[in-house]
Design a binder for this molecule. Structure first.
Ligand code: FE2
Length: 465
């Protein structure tokens, strides 16, 4: 058989093969993939862990949203030696009136560790969109900080969120925070997608590493709220040493305004902030049908008023879609339970961590499967959220570089590098997301996407009237 004849006879197979290869292609796997290697924790004498001077000086100062609408702030700090003052002195910029709010103190023991005096003070009824100064501690160890309250919730209120996850306390963690701080697009609050200190990676879950982490991040979280999501490194469940209360260190140190959204657990809750409605879920609490989290979540979604807060954002730790091999499919059972709700209520974006890399999905859903119909492949779905994995804060476990091959069609972009994200809401219809890898200049985006609001995109005609 001549060569020409062979080509003619099998040309259709070649075409089919090319189509098949084409159909298996996903999005882009960045060539910017780094070698896997552990990141070193910063040593205890690093400047980022420095103790504030003075006896019993407040340390580990951090704030988070304290109410449903953004007029409340929870101020937390730790005094190491004795209880000291539980009050926060605060005042609005350009105001001569100083007010005092009183907080409460908790302590906990964890195996052979005893915490300092953990102060939590909720300040309510603040003015929107106002800079406030606040002071914790008294006398010669008083420490002053400031924060800016968000604008009143409304459909066209611009607001800029930072995204950080799986931070830890390594040299790479420090680079991530520094890049976020020096990003010319200034984040106003951080959506934190879980795994904070990695104290549980030390022998006996050395809780002094919770303290060092608190001192490390204070330089940012004392000035802008971090919205907390719990990850697996917050569980701290070690019955072998008698520690049988899940999330004990996390829940003593970091409060959330869960009661304001009628949640029964600090681990899942919602807030409004400017033009965003943020729902935080717990990957490591029961989420099956009839569980408290399921009941709360499914009651919560119909309450979202997209005319008031157009941007519906969901945070969780374990991603529902990830094409990395590490932690592969760990979020699958929650996806099975909750994905149809995300699609039905047109969630704009789901941010998750856990996988120490970056990945952005196409708008896809996989909700048709019912065991017998075989429809088990994600398909394009304009009502579905974009799933963004951003567990690349830089903790001691290093990057995950092994990816499923070929890249699945639902995966739009993936890269194993440390970095942070910026979700920049412009108005009710448009938001811009940028992902910044630590190796680049502060303004450089390794990946980016314009978001068209899922609710308002179908109402543009109405909007233009
Ligand atoms: Fe994790």
């Amino acid at each position: 058989m001549g060569v020409e004849l062979i080509i003619a006879r099998y040309a259709h197979l070649l075409v089919v093969s090319l189509i098949f290869i084409r159909s298996c292609e996903g999005g882009l796997t960045s060539s910017y993939v780094r070698k896997n290697g552990l990141s070193s924790d910063m040593p205890l004498d690093s400047d980022v862990f420095r103790l504030p001077p003075g006896y019993n000086a407040p340390q580990q100062v951090h704030i988070t949203q304290g109410d449903r609408e953004g007029r409340g702030v929870i101020v937390s700090w730790i005094t190491p030696d004795e209880e000291g003052s539980t009050s926060v002195l605060y005042w609005a910029e350009n105001s001569q009136i100083k007010k005092t709010e009183w907080g409460s103190v908790v302590r906990y023991k964890y195996y052979n560790y005893s915490s300092g005096y953990i102060h939590h003070c909720t300040i309510n009824n603040l003015e929107y969109d106002t800079k406030y100064y606040y002071v914790v501690g008294s006398g010669n160890v008083a420490r002053e900080f400031w924060f800016v309250t968000p604008p009143q919730p409304g459909p066209d209120v611009p607001y800029t969120f930072g995204l950080i996850g799986d931070l830890g306390q390594t040299f790479d963690s420090n680079r991530t925070v520094t890049h976020y701080e020096l990003n010319p697009v200034k984040g106003q609050a951080i959506l934190y997608v879980g795994d904070l200190s990695y104290a549980d990676s030390y022998p006996l879950h050395d809780n002094t590493r919770w303290d060092t982490w608190g001192r490390f991040v204070e330089r940012n979280v004392a000035y802008q709220p971090w919205i907390w999501t719990a990850g697996n490194h917050e569980i701290d469940f070690v019955p072998e040493i008698g520690e049988t209360i899940p999330f004990k260190p996390f829940m003593h140190r970091f409060l959330t305004p869960y009661k304001a959204s009628k949640s029964t657990s600090p681990l899942w809750y919602s807030i409004k902030r400017a033009s965003a409605y943020i729902i935080v879920l717990s990957s490591y609490s029961a989420y099956g049908k009839y569980t408290p989290q399921y009941k709360w979540f499914t009651n919560e979604l119909p309450k979202v008023n997209r005319t008031e807060t157009p941007w519906l954002i969901v945070l969780m730790h374990s991603p529902m879609y990830s094409s990395y091999i590490h932690h592969y499919m760990e979020g699958e059972t929650m996806r099975v339970m909750y994905e149809e709700w995300l699609v039905q209520y047109k969630v704009d974006v789901v941010f998750a961590g856990h996988v120490h890399a970056y990945e952005r999905s196409e708008r896809i859903s996989n909700i048709e499967y019912n065991v017998v119909n075989g429809l088990c492949t994600p398909i394009n779905d304009e009502s579905a959220p974009v799933y963004i994995t951003i567990g690349d804060g830089g903790n001691q476990e290093g990057l995950v570089t092994d990816m499923t091959q070929p890249q699945p069609r639902y995966s739009a972009y993936r890269e194993a590098s440390f970095g942070h994200g910026i979700f920049d809401i412009k108005n009710r219809t448009h938001a811009y997301f940028g992902w910044h890898r630590n190796q680049d200049g502060f303004a450089v985006e390794g990946d980016s996407l314009w978001f068209l609001n899922r609710y308002w995109k179908t109402k543009e005609e109405k909007y233009s009237v």
